[in-house]
Design a protein around this ligand. Structure first.
Ligand code: F0G
Length: 365
């Protein structure tokens, strides 16, 4: 069956969301590799390190695991239109799965603030693609008004079925580790759905007796888009502190994340941390992941940059088993990579103090 070849639907007993899972809209998502990262381990001061590469999904990001679930539900319920606001990856994934499902889709994205690779995917898969002169948070507000007036199924990350699909990388990790789990999983934080989805996956496995423990789940944000980090510092996560978001890691350029309460709960329940990293730290970590022959988009690289900080001050021990969740493929934002290696990405201020680390990573061009 096609659904047995999907890394999401082969766990269908744990995804009780469709009347007939055989009707699922699938592109054979999931089944992504868990890769050893020996040089990144060394750079972070760890004895070993693994990366779960969700960028190896059909549209190149972790969003596919959620979209196969949510588009299947949308089709089963008879919707003709789906829509999302996005920093790029959600729209690419939604457009592909909507096309497979035979549904129309509307994408709202902040003009000039998403990577070309992602914009081109939404167009290629046939989405009605609107660039608005605002940021991601503004797109979310406009879309909330649109869906009030039209029968459109909303596919932003508040959609519960997306979270069901996005919990499956946790199941795959446990499966590959023979039903042990890592000590620690580190994810980038944008709209903050992914950490809650993975937390849910790990908690459900423990509840069912498939595994014995739940890993700590930590969230890393770009310092220029750090509402969760700020909230944890100022109110221990009791209130959200929206920020004006600005980072070259455009996927996580989000100032007012929807799922912050769920994220705080997962941090508290699993004993995870929230960290922030600078533009230079992101760029260095991304180049190190690239040098490993693996590669990822900038937003994914915050995980390695954050791990370095957690190891440095003893919050993670070098002997622990850590998995980084790489959320997007390196080809999503090739402009960023080229600018970095040409030496044009970081301003003098951003690079200050990191020059000696950046120089050896930049290839001669
Ligand atoms: N990494 C990548 C590559 C992303 O595209 C996103 C989010 C995240 C990390 C953050 O995940 O939102 O669950 O905390 N991208 C969304 C989008 C917002 O529209 O594509 P999160």
């Amino acid at each position: 069956l096609p659904i047995d070849q999907s890394g999401v639907w082969r766990f269908r007993e744990l995804l009780p969301i469709l009347e007939n899972p055989n009707d699922a809209v699938t592109l054979r998502e999931g089944n992504t590799p868990l890769l050893g990262m020996p040089r990144c381990a060394q750079a972070a001061g760890m004895e070993r390190l693994l990366a779960k590469h969700q960028g190896m999904n059909p549209t190149g990001s972790f969003k596919d695991t959620g979209m196969t679930a949510a588009l299947s539900v949308a089709r089963e319920r008879g919707f003709e239109w789906v829509a999302c606001a996005s920093t790029g990856n959600t729209s690419a994934a939604m457009a592909a799965y909507a096309a497979r499902a035979g549904l129309r889709c509307l994408v709202l994205i902040p003009e000039g603030k998403i990577a070309w690779g992602k914009l081109s995917q939404a167009m290629d898969y046939g989405a009605l693609t609107c660039q608005l002169r605002t940021d991601f948070d503004g797109c979310v507000r406009v879309l909330a008004e649109v869906v009030e007036h039209y029968p459109i199924y909303l596919l932003n990350s508040v959609n519960p079925y997306r979270l069901e699909g996005q919990k499956t990388p946790a199941l795959e990790m446990a499966e590959e580790m023979e039903w042990n789990v890592p000590d620690h999983v580190i994810v980038p934080g944008g709209n903050l759905a992914n950490c809650s989805a993975l937390g849910k996956g790990f908690q459900e496995m423990k509840h069912l007796g498939l595994t014995r423990t739940v890993p700590s789940i930590s969230v890393v944000q770009a310092a220029g888009a750090n509402p969760l980090y700020t909230s944890m510092q100022t109110s221990a996560g009791r209130e959200l502190t929206p920020v004006h978001a600005d980072t070259r890691a455009s996927a996580i350029r989000i100032g007012s994340p929807a799922s912050w309460r769920k994220a705080v709960r997962i941090l508290e329940q699993t004993g995870g941390f929230c960290e922030q990293v600078s533009e230079a730290e992101i760029a260095i970590a991304k180049a190190e992941i690239g040098r490993e022959g693996v590669g990822c988009e900038p937003a994914s690289a915050v995980t390695l940059a954050g791990l370095k900080k957690l190891v440095k001050d003893g919050r993670v021990k070098p002997s622990e088993n850590v998995v980084l969740l790489l959320t997007g493929h390196t080809l999503k934002d090739s402009e960023y990579t080229i600018e970095f290696h040409r030496g044009n990405l970081l301003s003098e201020g951003e690079a200050r103090g990191y020059e000696s680390k950046i120089a050896p990573l930049r290839s001669e061009m």
